[in-house]
Design a protein around this ligand. Sequence first.
Ligand SMILES: *Cc1c(COP(=O)(O)O)cnc(C)c1O
Ligand SMILES: [Zn+2]
Length: 429
Amino acid sequence: MSCTYLQCIEESCGRRQDPAADLHSCAFCGGLLDVKYDFGPVEPLNLRQTWRQRRLSDDPIDRSGVWRFRELVPFVDPGARIITLSEGFTPLVGTPRAGEWAGPVNLTVKHQGANLTGSFKDIGMTACITRAVARGARWVACASTGNTSSSMAAYAARAGIKALLFVPLNQISAPKLAQALDFGALVVEVGNNFDAAFRLLLEVAPELGLYLVNSINPFRIEGQKTIVPEMLEQRGWRSPDYIAVPGGNLGNSSAIGKGLHELKDLGLIEKIPRLVIVQAAGASPFWETLRTGANELLAIEDPHTEASAIRIGHPANWKKAKRALEWAGGFCESVTDEEISKAKEVLAHDGVACEPASATTLAGVRKLVQAGKIEKGADIVCVLTGHQLKDTEYILRHRAGEKARGQRIQVEPELNSLRRELQRALGGR
Ligand SMILES: *Cc1c(COP(=O)(O)O)cnc(C)c1O
Ligand SMILES: [Zn+2]
């Protein structure tokens, strides 16, 4: 096994730390930590071939889109128990109509909603829960806007350990809450936004001996970075010009940045695509911080947006996301709820749907093309982070009233009136 260690990301510190201390922040300066490895010499062509061959294997470890790339996440001991639900292996789908609307650009989407609990959180959770089990954890905990909860609850159940969730009261979508309850998690509804719930959890976690799986846990980032080799392999190892992701707590953008950086270092890719991070107006602290050139995060006390998965005012991973933008180049953008809703509607024209937070990517790309920052015709992958059914209230709310007029018809169960209504409706289309 390669040697694994933790390292503080702060340039003024950078100290290495023992992974066995289960730290979530630097013991010296409180900075964020990276999981690092001494990879040793790597033969890129052999690795690509090994990964490809594993696609033919029926071993559950090879059937995982994370552990298939285990050479990139070598923090588990040989023979260790891997907690997997066949995560990853998500589709990369061309979306020509959305591409036309946004640019025109050459657009594909990487749909992470195809993971078993319906969001990209699964590819981080397999890594983090595997680590928790190896460390002997009995309770895992997180604060969440919903999808981390569903995912943690599923993987904890799979591992046979207990799950404790902190969620803001009445702020997470019903399907996400339902999933967590379905998997038997203990749910604490506290505070009126994610940041408040997270702060409280951080206070009580040490005294209760809880193993935290929020994205400040650097092992989650390790799982999440494997979207990069999976996507690149699906593209025949040709890098796109841009990868676009929504930005909430900024774990995903951090993970993609780390994945790209490592693959470049290991000689697995030639070109690092530029990164586009898109936040929702009303919850755009990172965008605001970069725009103004502030040195400290300009946190938002009362974040608001209909895209509940990214309704976050104090993104914990902002420094890693900033580093990702430095490594990859690219932009942070902010889009309104109206722009998100429109983008979601446009994606549906290609037969692709997602939860509102995911649609920020397409809205952001369009805005950046219009501003002349992204060139027309660019080759772009939008990461759709969550499944369409993760927020059905949103859909029903937006498909009600004026907009849905003509889309829903209520008719007496009587043939003549049915015919009359249908003739009118079909004729008008
Ligand atoms: C968690 C989540 C995000 C935000 O990801 P971060 O890593 O917190 O930036 C975006 N979309 C969906 C659907 C999510 O579940
Ligand atoms: Zn430090």
